[in-house]
Design a protein around this ligand. Sequence first.
Ligand code: SF4
Length: 375
Amino acid sequence: MKYIDEYRDGKLARQIAAAIAAEVHPDRSYHLMEFCGGHTHAIFRYGIPDLLPDNVRMVHGPGCPVCVLPVGRIDNAIQLARDQGVTLCTYGDMLRVPGSDRFSLLKAKAQGADIRMVYSSADALQIAQDNPRRTVVFFAIGFETTTPPTAVALKQAQALDLNNFHVFCNHVLTPSAISNILESPQVRELGTVPLDGFIGPAHVSTVIGSRPYEYFAEEYQRPVVIAGFEPLDVLQAIRMLVRQLNEGRAEVENEFSRAVTRDGNLKAQRVVAECFELRRIFEWRGLGMVPYSGLQIKQEFARWDAERYFDIPQLKVSDNKACECGAILRGVKKPQDCKLFGTVCTPENPMGSCMVSSEGACAAYYSYGRYKESA
Ligand code: SF4
């Protein structure tokens, strides 16, 4: 398969791994964060840590959209479906994420709430069109990749003059979160790890391009290499980061040039800019309140904004005390540092968000047997 098989070539993987081993300086360490959950998944699926020298450590970042949504927003969605009687549409993984007291959308559905799993915002819009007597809310989550389709749904709702469709917007922004990992007082208080460089997201960068990371690399003096999701992409990105660090450079490089350009997808950016604007502050699981890290629906689309249409309280709910998702999303701890990992908490019975989505670090560790490795 073009663009798949050639990026999974085992012989080539061993050659790149040997090149990395030859280039690393034995007297220094390289802490590299992969921001994106898709990379975390690939790293474990293909056993990449086993190919790296001991002083090259991969640190898992907060780039799983299901994992970073705070408990309060999940409770808000549950309340919308259960107490306001709406038809709530969302992506499959969201159904299982535990809210307060381990209650989830799936449990609310079992108790009779009208909650439906959809594959896209277009599905939710269709449900609204097919059920004019129901009020339909699309529980929108995700980074820059899923935001354009939500914007398109808003524009279609406007064009159709659809009265029974609303969007509960929880879209968040990648560059603000990466900056926050390095500089926020909250993260400093809660503890962090040394980070020498970043593997930049793949899908997100197809939309926003590589340009937004240039300020970040310059300001924080950390190299960023944007990489695809195949194992050779990731290995090559690690090699490029090691080389930059050895040469004392902090630049944005693009390993994923077959899909990412410097300017990204301008059409998608335009439709997002038409429908959304920056929120002053938004809460992330694991990172706390992050300034200018989320989007809200613009005044022109207020009629379709669930937060303006319904009374949605700002809930401040702490994570389950035993769950270490917060520390894992900041890269401070690994899944096996959590006492519940693999015993009480498994993909079939997730206690926290990092075990729900396949992009979550706990689910990736568990699914690919990394729980056997020592901490
Ligand atoms: S193993 Fe489960 S409880 Fe522990 S951090 Fe991961 S998701 Fe949370």
